[in-house]
Design a protein around this ligand. Structure first.
Ligand SMILES: [Zn+2]
Length: 392
């Protein structure tokens, strides 16, 4: 049976969100209890999908350090015993470590020093090659695809045989609107169509948006990148396809719908804009790649999913103060393949890459080779992303 996101009655979800006496606070450190309090059906799903391992870290603070600890963490007790929760997706084996001490800090809605730095950087880089893409960037062998707010270019140093850019008309990478985001996606799909015509084997598309230097962008000017791979999809996308298929054969159920369903039951689903459609869904991930990760699902990269993405990015940048982010689009192949993609939706990951003024990378050996360490509590992020709708 294929369970869909709509299997939970809406009022049950809303009731579930209310704080009731005796119900634990919605926070990552209470995840174990929150799962225990779910309905039997959702508890079974959670057990199929998630492995939650809580642990406590302990230390002793020397007298000479007490003042510093109190100033930075509020109290000595706060650091003496620290609750850590490790969440693993049993299906994909992706996981994250949440530390209560880090997660309980208020989320900075304006990164210190970053807004000024960003404004200066945007002003100083006006007139770069992307401001005049026809002159400053190469064209692809099939020419350029032009939209209302963007135009494509060929990447000078390529990741893959087909590697293009969607160069925004706007220099300022954060001046996007829903119409512009939709245009960028539409131009990227147009580019993928041209690449496929040029080479029918280039059927595996990947689309990414690295916004500003923390997220890996070498150019400030707003742009997306798009590639078309041959032979097989990129390893991480292929691995997800295989994991979802294995889940389907083991549980006779759809991995993506079940994943959404568990997140929704826990209060981690995010509202979709009224103009969007019930086919598209989003949630704040319990196994994020890094801070504040949001996952969006839809049957295609059509207007409803583009609207939801634009809405999330708007809330991300305006309500959460994020300025540097990655968006990764997992898209099924453009034409039939030998392998089975029939139940693979379009999956979009949105992740915050941290303060633009910070010199410290958000990725270390843990993130690259073990599991990401996360400071933002997904329950707080979901709350902040929903506030705009709660107010309306
Ligand atoms: Zn520019």
């Amino acid at each position: 049976m294929c369970r869909t996101a709509n299997s939970t009655p809406k009022n049950a979800v809303e009731e579930d969100r209310l704080s009731v006496e005796g119900v634990p606070e919605r926070s990552i450190t209470n995840l174990h209890t929150l799962i225990e309090n779910l309905s039997a059906e959702k508890r079974t799903l959670a057990a199929q999908l998630l492995d939650v391992i809580p642990t406590t870290g302990r230390l002793e603070v020397p007298q000479a350090m007490r003042g510093w600890v109190e100033k930075n963490f509020g109290s000595v007790d706060a650091v003496r015993e620290q609750e850590i929760v490790r969440v693993t997706d049993r299906v994909t084996l992706e996981g994250a470590l949440f530390n209560q001490l880090r997660a309980s800090r208020p989320i900075d809605v304006a990164d210190e020093g970053a807004p000024d730095l960003l404004r200066r950087e945007i002003e100083d880089t006006y007139g770069d090659p992307f401001c005049a893409p026809e002159k400053g960037t190469p064209a692809d062998v099939f020419g350029r695809v032009r939209g209302s707010y963007s135009t494509t270019a060929s990447n000078v140093a390529k990741y893959d045989g087909f590697h293009g850019l969607v160069v925004f008309d706007d220099h300022d990478p954060l001046s996007f609107t829903p119409e512009k985001v939709s245009d960028y996606a539409s131009v990227a799909l147009g580019w993928l169509g041209e690449a496929l015509q040029e080479d029918p084997a280039a059927k595996y598309p990947f689309l990414m948006w690295n916004c500003l230097w923390r997220a890996g962008a070498s150019v400030v000017h707003g742009h997306l990148q798009v590639t078309a791979a041959r032979g097989a999809h990129y390893p991480k996308v292929e691995r997800l396809r295989r994991a979802a298929l294995e889940y389907k054969s083991a549980h006779d159920s759809d991995y993506f719908s079940d994943l959404f369903s568990v997140h929704e039951a826990l209060g981690l689903a995010i509202p979709t804009p009224p103009a969007s459609s019930p086919d598209v869904r989003g949630f704040v991930s319990l196994t994020p790649a890094k801070e504040k990760e949001v996952v969006l699902l839809g049957p295609s990269l059509g207007e409803p999913l583009r609207l939801l993405l634009a809405d999330v990015l708007g809330r991300y940048t305006q309500d959460l103060g994020v300025s540097s982010f990655n968006v990764a689009f997992y898209l099924p192949p453009l034409t039939p393949t030998e392998e089975d993609w029939s139940s693979f939706p379009v999956v979009i990951h949105v992740v915050d890459r941290g303060n633009l003024a910070s010199r410290t990378s958000d990725m270390g050996a843990m993130e690259l080779y073990a599991a990401p360490v996360i400071s933002s509590d997904p329950f707080r992020v979901a709350h902040l992303l929903s506030e705009r709708y709660d107010r309306a």
